[in-house]
Each structure stands twice: as C-alpha cells, then as structure tokens.
Design a protein around this ligand. Structure first.
Ligand code: UT7
Length: 324
C-alpha cells in the first residue's frame, strides 16, 4: 500500500519576540499569571507587512531543504490557516509562486483553526494514498496577532505567529504499523460549539476581518476530554497502546491542557514535546512547529512512532499516528 512518508520538516518564527512583560505594558496582566495559567513565556509576532504567505514559504523552504529536494518536486500544497493573506485566492497559491514551484498542480487552503494541520495532513495523506500526489507540502501558518483584541487580556496573551511544514513523499509500505509514514488519521467536528471560540467578523457576515473571541474555561474542559478520546482512537485503530509511543506532539494551547491530557492517558511527561513557553498558541502552525523543533534538536529520530493531536474552534479536533 502507498504511505505518506515524512521526508522533511521545517519551521519559521518571525524575528519579533514579545515577552509577557511586553504585553503587561498593554493590558492588565502579569508575567506570573500568564506563566502559571498557560506555561507561556513569550511569543513571536509578525512585523508589519510580513504575511502568512511569507511565514509559510520560509517554513516550506526549510522542509524542502531538510528533505534534500527542490521546489520542482512538489505536486501538492495544502496550507492550513485561519489567517490568510486575503479572503481569496488561497494563500497556498502565493506560496506555490514564492517557492518557485512549477505551476499547474493543486494548491489550496484549509480552515480548521487549531486543528488545521491535522486536517491538512489527512487531506494530503489521502491524495498520496489515492495516487494523486507523490510529493506533498503540508503547511500550518498563522498571523494570529492580526486578529487579537489587545484590550481583552483573556485572549491576547495566549497566541503567537509562526509556521511549520512537512514534506510527504509517496512510498510503498507493507500496511503494518512498522511501516514508515502516516499510519492513520482521525478527525472530528462539533459545530454546536461554534460560539465558544470564534472570530466576530467575516466577509459574509460583517464585511470586516473581526477579532478572536473565546470562552477559555469551557474550551479547556472540552479540550482535555476530546484530546484524550482522539488519542485513544488513534492507538486503538492501530492495535497499539500509549506505551508503544516514542513521542507525543500535542497542540500547544495551554501547558495545563497538555499535562492534564497526558496524565489522563498515563503518558510520561518525558515523551511530550512542548514548545508553548517560547511559541504560545500558533493555531495551525503549533503542531508542525513543535515537530520541527524536536526533529532538529535530535529528540525525534528516524523510526520513532509519534502521535500528533490538536483541538480548536468549531469545535474541530483530530489526531494522527506517524512513524518518522
Ligand atoms: O487552541 C484553541 C484552544 N484554546 C484553548 O485550548 C484555550 C483553553 N483555555 C485556557 O487555556 C484557559 O482557560 C485560559 C488560559 C484561557 C484561562 O485560564 P483559567 O485558569 O481558565 O482562568 P479563568 O478564565 O478561570 O480566569 C481566572 C481569573 C479571572 O479573574 P476572576 O474572575 O477570578 O477575578 C480572569 O479575569 O484570571 C483572570 N484573567 C487574567 N488575569 C491576568 C484572565 N486572563 C488574565 C490575564 N492576566 N491575561
């Protein structure tokens, strides 16, 4: 059977690093509160004029370099973002040009907010399995700083900008869980929870971009339950247990959510990749950013079994088991 093998990973963070103390000058908050309640120490914000397509292109370039491939090889781009450069066309089409890819192959955006990378990985994996792509770039890229209300301390301290990318290459596998590549993906959505995490604008509703609104406590409660369930779903689907995992790469929304979910699953904290202290919540970029960091620093090695999970607005949530 065809497998989507992870041939390369890349990441990009804007140069502008914003500390909790920097934010405390703008809203009534403190470094102590943010660290204790979320685990965040700082985040990166894009410079004026620096766009999601710029972040996505830099991360994609790094993934191509990591794979030892040039942009000519790419035949699919799926870009997960809730903060596109424009309402249309898709930011992915800009990335196709900025990377210097040959034109013609499909390139599109996908919107599932913080679960966006899991959704994009699933779509690209299915393209590969169907024989419709051989070398797919899957990118999560966001400029959430553009949709934050800097008068709302309950949300503006939580998010950051960044991008992460993976390059998937089609390879024949045996179908066993010892294969390299994406072993399975699991996606969910529950639109009844729309109002717990949303942006209060859009082209069809207000003709404005809008700002992020969240009922944090309720989102937190749902996140621990949904993430626990979707991790077990991935393990069960492959006849594996948490003990078989080498690493978990969770969505980086809140250190307490990450710790609480791991504890509920009986996964040791040493197996969890956390980047939230430096990145904050970068929405669709958070999982591929964390993955790239742990690959680059040598923690995640070839042959390791990793579990990716995320949950976000919609609600949407998902998981994927990947052997790297
Ligand atoms: O990626 C998408 C998914 N998003 C998430 O998963 C986020 C999920 N939610 C969370 O991470 C947490 O709920 C938050 C970090 C957003 C909030 O933490 P919490 O422990 O649930 O705090 P809370 O909302 O219960 O607020 C506790 C107190 C409140 O004051 P009172 O009413 O007790 O006097 C807030 O007004 O903390 C206050 N507060 C703050 N204080 C200082 C809220 N935000 C801040 C702040 N600085 N930035």
């Amino acid at each position: 059977m065809l497998r989507s093998v992870l041939a390369g990973c890349g990441a990009y963070l804007p140069a502008n690093k914003v500390t909790n103390d920097d934010l405390a000058k703008r809203v009534a908050t403190s470094d102590e509160w943010i660290r204790e309640r979320t685990g965040i120490h700082c985040r990166h914000f894009a410079e004026e004029g620096e766009m999601t397509s710029d972040l996505a292109t830099a991360a994609a370039r790094a993934a191509l370099e990591d794979a030892g491939l040039d942009a000519e090889a790419v035949d699919l781009i799926v870009l997960a973002t809730a903060t596109p450069d424009n309402t249309f066309p898709a930011t992915a089409t800009k990335v196709q040009v900025k990377l210097g890819c040959r034109p013609g192959f499909p390139a599109f955006d996908l919107q599932a907010v913080c679960s966006g990378f899991l959704y994009a990985l699933t779509v690209a994996d299915n393209f590969v399995k169907a024989g419709q792509a051989k070398c797919a770039l899957v990118i999560g890229a966001e400029t959430f700083s553009r949709i934050l209300d800097f008068e709302d301390r309950t949300t503006c301290v939580l998010f950051g900008d960044g991008a992460g990318a993976v390059l998937l290459r089609a390879e024949e596998g045996t179908g066993a869980t010892t294969d390299k590549g994406v072993l399975s993906t699991h996606l969910h959505a529950d639109g009844r929870q729309h109002d717990l995490l949303y942006v209060d604008g859009g082209p069809s509703s207000t003709q404005t971009t809008g700002l992020l609104r969240m009922h944090g406590r309720e989102v937190f409660r749902h996140a621990v339950v949904n993430l626990h369930d979707v991790v077990l779903e991935a393990l069960d689907a492959n006849g594996l247990t948490a003990a078989d995992l080498d690493w978990v790469v969770p969505h980086q929304a809140n250190k307490r959510i990450i710790d609480g979910t791991a504890k509920k699953l009986g996964i040791s904290p040493e197996k969890i990749i956390t980047t939230i202290s430096e990145h904050a919540n970068t929405s669709a970029a958070s999982v591929p950013l964390a993955l790239s960091v742990a690959r680059a620093d040598g923690r995640i090695k070839s042959g390791d079994l990793i579990l990716l999970e995320a949950m976000g607005g919609g609600f949407t949530w998902g998981s994927a088991l990947v052997r790297v």
